[in-house]
Write a protein that binds this ligand. Structure first.
Ligand code: ADP
Length: 719
């Protein structure tokens, strides 16, 4: 009797393939193997094993197991679950899970070791080196430094045969965590929340908690206590902490390292391949017990996951929008469920989905109503731009300018928040009215003055700012419309020439190191005014920051997105929440043309619950998330006629199902990108409908031809 092995390959294929297991290989689910694929061998993962005959045609044989740790069976199950959820093939999430498995290991280190053979000549310097070498293998440069000699002395001893060089793998530094490091004493509400989380972890099995605490309430201290409890409860248990932004990882890594005496594994797109490989191996082997990472860390091959923390759980960066489309917060809950682990979702402004789960008792609801210690929540005031508008061509209103002057005079810091990169979001020709866009694309070119280019934020296209209008040829007719952070910086400089002003956006802060440097300068008081996009508006604590000015509060409310109000509320509550930490009271001024809008009213009254009630009520009436489900199908193609034909076919193929409504086709919000026209269907379903299964069934009825591409987005965010 042979065994049949199902092997999943990290490729866009609909399913795993069956092979025959070579004799004596004794494979298990999760093993990484080389499997024949056409004329070549492809690396894949075993997803199933069964006894059987080969069927009517002979199967190819899997003959080789790859070196290195396997994936845990729960990781394999999670990958398959994620694919089903996204109505996509399982090869794509597997590819994410294997990112790191095949990266090169760091080059081995060369260590000098004493051979015991005496050198030809023994000088005092050489004697010191040999004495230092007796302590154990060490890099030659270290040895020279410890013995206080020049590197040439060490080299001489190697040439003489008294020392020899050996190659040693580079250690990854993932030691066992120290669970007894003293932590700061928790205040009463923190202690109550921590006790509840400890209780949850002690009970074991899958459970979820929403850690819902105002900005500065000390949520991090609380969940670190839960991390400690989870690590203590299971000596092999592992913890994953997910963050929405790479820029926030450094601060947390420092805190985790201090708290547990060893650095956590760090996982995001900025990590170099060799370090990636070390983390991957150590996670799969169970040696790395704490990982701090961005959304893709969810696909790491944890051997025994005990706890997942999703910090800033409301953040839309947890939604992966291209390639394999998923919402990492939702999948974190699924992963915890499959592993029988606990999950903690933390935020000052939780998503309506999570609040609803807390309200209905599916999640433990832990609230921290006050800031830690003496710190108070900021005073929030709306600036009605209809009454006190800025001068023409300016964006800082007189009341905001006055508050900035006071803050500057008091030696305190201001954050000017504007969620727009670059200098101006639009360049327009005064002569012909043309708005400049990237070639064959609907989105405007954004003017960047630091680099003196016009950039398409969607496609990455860029060009120098032209002297004449590319459309009508008029000279000196192009004007920059509207502000970005660079233009705001210019305005702030004109108002306060003596102030030290910096810009924090993804253009000025390109790496985790840049972010750390800027945050440190800010903390050390080296900046008076920080002009920032959302890159700086979340997570950070700046003790001397007492004024937050929101320059264009209405920005996110334009456009017809279901979550526009929710998102604007979250973003502005987070941004204004940066003001006033520790002992200095803070204030926030919100510039708006619509001070009566429910979002502005809720922000001013600091009444999140009222906003949430109204918003949930409206969603319930419309059967929208979290009361119903949504999905989108986006179809794109180069040939408009072929696309029309396919879209009609797709519309006709939509299965009829109870509780499901299909809307469209309509132009997608960006109807033309890089020459591809885009059409979209929206699907709304009642909560009890398995919308993933519906979308998969629909997709299976059609076959995109030629240049046509189809993608399904479960729970779409941008529309
Ligand atoms: P949140 O994540 O809720 O915004 P943090 O966990 O970042 O808040 O805490 C805000 C600030 O208060 C941090 O500077 C943190 O070090 C401090 N802090 C929180 N809890 C305590 C505590 N129990 N003892 C001392 N400092 C604390």
């Amino acid at each position: 009797m042979v065994r049949i092995v199902s092997v999943l390959l990290p490729l866009p294929l609909p399913e795993a393939f069956d092979y025959e297991e070579a004799e004596g290989l004794a494979l298990s689910v999760g093993d990484r193997v080389l499997a024949p694929l056409g004329a070549r061998l492809a690396a894949g993962v075993v997803t199933g094993l069964r006894e059987g005959a080969g069927g009517n045609r002979p199967l190819k044989v899997v003959a080789e197991r790859l070196p290195g740790p396997p994936l845990s069976p729960a990781t394999v199950e999670f990958v398959q679950w994620a694919a089903r959820y996204a109505a996509d093939g399982p090869g794509l999430p597997l590819a994410i899970a294997l990112r790191g498995a095949r990266a090169p290991l760091p080059r081995p280190e060369r260590l000098a070791v004493a051979t015991g053979r005496p050198p030809a000549r023994l000088t005092p310097a050489r004697a010191r080196v040999l004495e230092a070498a007796a302590a154990g293998p060490s890099p030659p440069a270290d040895l020279a430094r410890r013995a206080e000699v020049s590197p040439a002395v060490v080299k001489g001893l190697i040439d003489d045969g008294a020392l020899e060089l050996r190659l040693a793998p580079r250690p990854d530094g993932f030691g066992p965590p120290d669970l007894d490091t003293p932590a700061p004493p928790l205040n009463a509400s923190q202690a109550a929340a921590a006790a509840s989380l400890r209780g949850m972890i002690a009970e074991g099995g899958f459970q979820a908690a929403l850690l819902d605490g105002v900005t500065g309430s000390g949520k991090t201290e609380v969940y670190l206590e839960a991390v400690r409890a989870a690590l203590a409860a299971d000596p092999e248990g592992q913890v994953l902490i997910l963050l929405p932004e790479i820029a926030l990882t450094q601060a947390l890594i420092t805190r985790v390292t201090e708290r547990f005496g060893a650095p956590p594994g760090e996982w995001h797109s900025g990590i170099a391949p060799p370090a990636r490989r070390q983390v991957w191996d150590a996670v799969a082997e169970g040696r790395c017990r704490i990982v701090v990472g961005a959304r893709s860390a969810l696909f790491l091959p944890f051997r025994r996951l005990a706890l997942v923390v999703v910090d800033e759980e409301h953040d839309t960066s947890f939604k992966q929008e291209d390639g394999f489309i998923y919402q990492a917060r939702d999948l974190a809950v699924v992963r915890a469920k499959l592993e029988g682990a606990s999950v903690i979702l933390a935020s000052a402004t939780p998503s309506l989905e999570s609040l609803r789960n807390a309200e209905t008792g599916r999640y433990r609801w832990l609230r921290l109503a006050d800031r830690h210690g003496e710190a108070r929540l900021p005073d929030i005031r709306l600036v009605d731009l209809r009454e006190t508008p800025p001068d023409s061509g300016r964006w800082i209103s007189p009341p905001l300018a006055e508050a900035m002057a006071e803050t500057l005079a008091a030696g305190e810091q201001t954050l000017l928040f504007l969620n727009r990169r670059g200098y101006a979001p639009l360049v327009l020709c005064r002569a012909c009215g043309e708005k400049l866009t990237a070639p064959d694309t609907d989105s405007w070119l954004v003017e960047h003055r630091y680099t003196n280019r016009l950039v398409c934020h969607l496609t990455g296209f860029s060009m120098p700012r032209p002297a004449t209008c590319p459309h009508c040829g008029a000279a000196d007719s192009l004007v920059s419309i509207g502000p970005g952070v660079e233009r705001l910086e210019e305005e702030a400089r004109a108002l306060f020439p003596e102030a030290r002003i910096s810009v924090f956006s993804s253009d000025t802060v390109r790496s985790a190191a840049d972010a750390r440097a800027l945050v440190e300068t800010m903390e050390a008081g080296g900046i008076d005014i920080l002009v920032a996009t959302q890159a700086a508006a979340k997570g950070h604590n700046f003790p001397n920051l007492t004024l937050v000015g929101v320059v264009d509060a209405d920005l996110g409310l334009r456009g017809g997105d279901l979550r526009a109000a929710e998102r604007t509320f979250q973003l502005l509550a987070q941004a204004t929440g940066r003001a006033g930490r520790r002992d200095r009271p803070g204030r926030a001024l919100i510039q708006t043309w619509a001070p009566d809008h429910p979002v502005m009213q809720a922000l001013q009254a600091q009444d999140r619950d009222a906003f949430v009630r109204t918003e949930l009520y409206e969603r319930e009436l419309a059967g929208l998330p979290p009361f119903g489900r949504l999905a989108a199908v986006v179809v794109s193609g180069r040939d408009p006629q072929a696309l029309e034909g396919f879209v009609r076919e797709l519309a006709a193929a939509a299965p009829n199902a109870e509780g499901v409504e299909v809307y469209g086709p309509a132009d997608a919000p960006l109807a033309l990108v890089r020459g591809r026209r885009r059409k979209r269907f929206l699907v709304r379903a009642d909560r009890q409908v398995d919308l993933s299964a519906y979308m998969a069934a629909w997709k299976a009825r059609v076959k995109p031809r030629g240049s046509i591409r189809l993608s399904v987005d479960i729970d779409p965010y941008s529309f």
